[in-house]
Ligand binder design. Structure first.
Ligand code: AQP
Length: 346
């Protein structure tokens, strides 16, 4: 039974977002978009191009606009139905910024100081990181709670941020909701939908790092818009070791690059890694890489072709996003109105 059931009475709703910070890649697809597509039949879903999160690290404005439209087109090309789901830009619904400010005043410095992603992203240059990057989890909490979303499909890397969202929801409920009878459970405590199937796809050049949009070398990732030849070339050049594939999972220990390619194959084929190893035990990468490339091309080719078609009419993409933002506002507006009231804004 849902943890929120005894307390929170609202509808079940899914929210998730992707940053338009670069080329959408296989990690985004297998770790997020493919799961969004599967979920669209079970929940009311909002999927957001989180452009306000993107600018926590400087983005060239023209590139940000291009990446936002491309991300929306990739969502649709991958199978998200824009009539069924709400697809929109975060910056088009002002409630995200408004609620994030309120949450800046609810969340504690100590909570944010514990966020490992800030430490990873800011690296050695913490003093130079933007305030937005530090406060990023508060904006993420606002994204989710502005719609009273109950479920958030996330990768393992976002688990800590979602826990913070729950802490913020709980503290808001305690601080403000408890002052008004009936509002003690104003915000739901959003639950992660991580799922066993949440793939963790790593760089093709270094199996210890995640595949990422902002990694400089394009050879580290398969972009969803790469053509068939480039996909095959990137897998061919992917770093591996000289050993053949083992028959069992234990044989992948300390072989992060081999493990990554097996994980990609398994997730694309919707089979277990054990099954992949059963099928390819004893074979070298000379045989496995072309098989993996064929599988990827067969799945990604139709998505890319549809994406290319959609990108010939960016006005239509803008229209989908406009309509999505209008639908998002109809959910958010009454919630933010109640928040203002609870906080005492007159
Ligand atoms: N390598 C990955 N494997 C599995 N899932 C992944 N995701 C990202 N990379 C992988 C999932 O994609 C969703 C959107 O991520 P995001 O764009 O909001 O931010 P991110 O996780 O920081 O993604 P990138 O590609 O690494 O972007 P940059 O380089 O801009 O930071 C999330 O659900 C994430 O789990």
């Amino acid at each position: 039974m849902s943890e929120n059931a005894p307390t929170y009475q609202g509808p079940e709703r899914v929210f998730s977002g992707i940053q338009p910070t670069g080329n959408v890649h296989l990690g985004n697809y297998l770790g997020a978009i493919k799961r969004f597509v599967a979920m669209q039949h079970d929940y009311e879903c909002l999927y957001c191009m989180v452009d306000m999160h993107a600018i926590t690290v400087f983005q060239d404005p023209a590139e940000l606009a291009r990446h936002t439209r491309e991300l929306a087109a990739m969502f649709i090309a991958s199978g998200l139905d824009p009539d069924k789901n709400i697809l929109f830009n975060q910056s088009k619904v002002s409630g995200h910024a408004e609620l994030a400010w309120i949450f800046n005043c609810v969340a504690r410095m100590g909570w944010l100081n514990r966020m490992t992603q800030f430490k990873d992203k800011a690296g050695k240059h913490r003093e130079n990181a933007s305030v937005g990057l530090f406060a990023y989890p508060n904006l993420m909490a606002a994204d989710i709670l502005l719609y009273k979303a109950t479920h958030v499909p996330i990768g393992d890397d976002q688990k800590q941020h979602l826990e913070l969202s729950r802490d913020i929801a709980q503290k808001f409920n305690n601080d403000y909701g408890s002052l008004r009878p009936g509002a003690e459970h104003f915000f739901p405590l959003p639950e992660p939908l991580i799922g066993a199937e949440a793939a963790r796809i790593r760089s093709l050049r270094d199996g210890t790092k995640k595949m990422s949009k902002s990694e400089i070398s394009d050879m580290t990732r398969i972009n969803l818009k790469d053509d068939d030849e480039l996909i095959a070339k990137k897998f061919k050049k992917a770093r591996t070791d000289a050993e053949p594939l083992p028959g069992e999972l234990a044989g992948l220990k300390d072989r992060p690059e081999a493990d990554n390619l097996v994980e990609i194959y398994a997730t694309l084929a919707d089979i277990s890694k054990e099954q992949v190893l059963k099928d390819y035990a004893g074979q070298g990468f000379g045989a496995f890489k072309p098989a993996l490339a064929d599988l990827a091309v067969a799945q990604l080719g139709p998505i890319r072709n549809r994406f290319n078609e959609l990108m010939t009419d960016t006005a239509a993409i803008d229209k989908v996003l406009e309509q999505g933002a209008a639908r998002a506002r109809t959910i958010a507006d009454p919630i933010i109105k109640e928040v203002r009231d609870l906080v005492g804004f007159v």
